[in-house]
Design a protein around this ligand. Structure first.
Ligand SMILES: *Cc1c(COP(=O)(O)O)cnc(C)c1O
Length: 395
């Protein structure tokens, strides 16, 4: 059996998106900035795609800027709010310890440029507390950035409440919604969101394209100097086929969202229950306030990397930590942020289901993870010590 269970890393492209892109590349190859009709047809498809992107989050098309993906959107959101803040003499930013590196590393850079950053605690359940955000906001706070749903442990934050606090305090609110767009219903007005990042390849669109939503009145500064594309907010000839593919994937995802979620939640919970039978294991993040397809476990006494390789031999694609950190020896900053000890954080496994997952696949995964964990523990010195009473089990 071959099972792709790493949909938080990237998704398989939807056939509708591939078809839309193919047509676009063959027939709408004009430059959207050109005045002849071939160019203007490309311009029209671009603007239709902008309407699709706006609709799915309850925004207006003028508030959407196309980018090269989630990382660029995060960078631009943070840099824009920081620049506006600095002009007004405000140089304090509030975010969280378990953001994606696109946010955390931008905050590091801003820190070196003189901004001060407060990172909110993420509790053991993988959630931030609104009252802690309220307490962290200062007179000189120019931005709050909290991710909608975490890419590793899948926890979904109380975005509406967090946004309401920012609105009340008059501080712009950015959310990295890369894991949420196309999977959870989002309404930027009801949720009090001022800036939002999205990426096509996380909802069955192509890689290398995404968008940044900026509420009317939120000024965006350009990260790339050049032509006046995207109303001067993002230079460079637009990735028209990519944007068209993203829009097709987004229409499909938005249409099937409720159904996909209703199908996935019981499968996710079956997987959680199955893996929970493994001794000395624990689910990471709240069991309910999590993405419909996300399961993330720690198993004591094993290395996540070995687990992944053996699961790969059995046809299962999974992940340990995020793709950006696997390969590095540091344990996941997300698992450390929710209070997992180093040793245990090393033995983590993330399984993120696609909308087409089946019960049979879940049972295959459970059976194989059980076997592989037992096998690995069989020759783990750490496990042997624990079993012999040397040292204490953490889980
Ligand atoms: C994937 C991801 C990103 C980065 O998006 P890219 O399009 O790959 O640059 C940012 N934030 C989160 C939460 C993600 O899951």
């Amino acid at each position: 059996m071959n099972i792709y269970a790493d949909n938080a890393a990237t998704t398989r492209m939807s056939p509708a998106a591939i078809e839309a892109m193919t047509v676009c590349m063959k027939e709408q190859y004009g430059n959207p900035s050109s005045l002849y009709s071939l160019g203007q047809r490309a311009r029209e498809t671009l603007e239709l795609a902008r309407e699709d992107a706006a609709r799915v989050i309850g925004a207006s098309p003028k508030e959407i800027t196309f980018t090269s993906g989630g990382s660029e959107a995060d960078n631009q959101a943070l840099r824009s709010a920081a620049a506006a803040g600095k002009k007004a003499g405000k140089t304090h930013i509030v975010s969280t310890a378990f953001e994606h590196h696109a946010v955390l590393h931008t905050l590091d850079a801003l820190g070196r440029e003189g901004f001060s950053v407060t990172l909110l605690d993420v509790h053991a359940d993988g959630l931030v507390r609104p009252e802690e955000l309220r307490a962290a906001i200062r007179e000189d706070t120019c931005l709050v950035s909290v991710m909608y749903a975490n890419n590793e442990i899948g926890t979904v934050q109380p975005i509406r409440e967090l946004g309401a606090i920012c609105r009340e305090k008059g501080v712009p609110f950015h959310t990295d919604a890369v894991q949420a767009v196309g999977h959870l219903p989002i309404d930027v007005d009801a949720d009090n969101i001022d800036l939002l990042s999205a990426s096509a390849h996380k909802f069955h669109g192509p890689k290398g394209v995404g968008f940044l939503y900026a509420r009317r009145g939120q000024r965006l500064t350009s990260l790339i100097e050049g032509g006046a594309q995207e109303r001067g907010k993002r230079a460079g000839t637009e990735n028209v086929p990519g944007i068209v593919g993203m829009a097709a994937a987004l229409r499909e995802a938005a249409g099937g969202m409720a159904e996909a979620s209703a199908r996935l939640v019981p499968l996710r919970d079956r997987l959680i229950a199955g893996l929970g039978e493994i001794p000395h294991s624990a689910l990471n993040g709240d069991a309910e306030k999590r993405l419909p397809g996300n399961v993330n476990f720690c198993f004591e006494g094993i290395e996540g990397e070995s687990l992944l390789l053996l699961l790969d031999d059995r046809g299962i694609c999974a992940s340990s930590g995020s793709a950006c950190t696997s390969g590095a020896l540091d344990p996941s900053h997300v698992l450390l942020a929710i209070g997992r000890k180093h040793d245990v954080a090393h033995g983590s496994l993330r399984l993120t289901l696609g909308e087409d997952a089946t019960e049979e696949e879940i049972d295959y995964i459970v059976r194989n993870v059980k076997e592989v964990v037992e096998h690995l523990r069989g020759f783990s010195p750490v496990w042997r010590d624990l079993m012999n009473g040397k040292g204490q089990f953490i889980l």
